[in-house]
Design a protein around this ligand. Structure first.
Ligand SMILES: NC(=O)c1ccc[n+]([C@@H]2O[C@H](COP(=O)([O-])OP(=O)(O)OC[C@H]3O[C@@H](n4cnc5c(N)ncnc54)[C@H](O)[C@@H]3O)[C@@H](O)[C@H]2O)c1
Length: 320
């Protein structure tokens, strides 16, 4: 059994990962500053004899150094997350998403740990291809539009990870998450599924930006964390980038309709322009669909839970 560090372990994905690692018999240290994460996310494993919680920031080099001591695998999930949060806090983004990642990579070189870096589909920017593969171009808009800072910051993390792999043989894997959903995800930062479910449960309206023709793919968090663990433990994945997501495209309007059908068919849909939701300096990505062949051929699995089942799980959690 190994000792794992999960940065951001009190967050949405990090808490599911922590639970899974504990269930597999590992020892887990969590480092989280509880900024967007919440202690209650770890309620099910609170006081677990193999879990240690450090409340601190990844921007604190002493805390980071202390948290990797005795650890053999690092899952780096902590970040300033989401386009809106990042656009509103550009300095925080650089301080959180870039410098600590590099410091952690250096620590992992020194300590010989394996390390997983959480990246994002936002790294593709607005690449117009129908389906994105890992070798596709990253197509960002101008730096005057802060929404691109999130994807760009994660792209820099990937460059750093690949550089440390090449120069020092670091065992590192980067996973680009597409829309990950499930219990514990909150809608505050613009995440579409929890927002729609909350709105529908309150009687609506369910608010769709623009005309709802944007296309996304959704994956259940439990399947995603299994892929993360498997990738990190697979030597052939070292020094590579992987898409991790569902590969069944759905429009945002169809998503809204499905949520409404499941929660309360009387709930209306309201369409609002992006400018009203995000201000006039915003650009969205119309289509975001991953090719997950590399993931599947490397670890023999990919997220496959149907959207309907994912939504049932989120709705049941919200209702409870
Ligand atoms: N949820 C998704 O669909 C999605 C998609 C793409 C990428 N990601 C990436 O996955 C990772 C986890 O995202 P999530 O959806 O669970 O979001 P989240 O906000 O729930 O998790 C992030 C966690 O990091 C913690 N954190 C933030 N700044 C910190 C700091 N300075 N020091 C210590 N902890 C800090 C937060 O408190 C939180 O617990 C992130 O790296 C994110 O960029 C998520």
């Amino acid at each position: 059994m190994s000792h794992c560090l999960v940065t951001g372990g009190a967050g949405f994905i990090g808490s599911h990962l922590t639970e899974r690692l504990l269930a597999q018999g590992h020892q887990v240290t969590v480092l989280d500053n509880l900024s967007t994460g919440r202690a209650v996310n770890l309620a099910a494993v609170e006081g677990h004899p193999r879990m240690r919680m450090i409340t601190g920031s990844i921007t604190d080099q002493l805390a980071l150094t202390e948290s990797v001591r005795g650890v053999d695998t690092i899952y780096h999930m902590a970040a300033a997350v989401g386009v809106k949060l990042v656009a509103d806090n550009p300095v925080l983004t650089i301080e959180t998403n870039i410098y600590p990642t590099e410091f952690l990579l250096r620590l992992a070189v020194q300590g010989g740990q394996r390390i997983y870096i959480a990246s994002t589909s936002e790294a593709y920017g607005k690449n117009p291809k129908e389906v994105w593969t890992e070798e596709d171009d990253l197509v960002f808009g101008p730096t005057s539009k802060p929404r691109w800072a999130y994807g760009a910051s994660k792209a820099i993390d990937e460059f750093l990870a690949l550089a440390y792999h090449k120069m020092y043989g670091l065992k590192v894997v980067c996973g680009r998450f597409f829309n990950v959903v499930g219990p514990r995800q909150v809608g505050n930062y613009g995440m579409v599924v929890p927002r729609f479910v909350d709105q529908a449960l309150k009687g609506g309206p369910v608010v769709v930006y623009d005309d709802g023709s944007q296309v996304r793919c959704f994956a259940h968090v439990k399947e995603v964390v299994d892929c993360v663990i498997e990738l990190t433990n697979t030597p052939a994945a070292g020094g590579r980038i992987f898409n991790i997501g569902g590969d069944q495209p759905v429009s945002v309007l169809d998503l809204a309709r499905t949520v409404i059908e499941k929660v309360n068919p009387q709930v209306p849909i309201e369409f609002i322009p992006y400018v009203q939701a995000y201000g006039d300096n915003f650009e969205d990505v119309q289509r975001r669909v991953p090719c997950v062949d590399r993931l599947y051929s490397t670890i023999g699995r990919k997220p496959g839970m149907p959207l309907s089942q994912i939504l049932d799980d989120v709705i049941a959690w919200k209702r409870s």
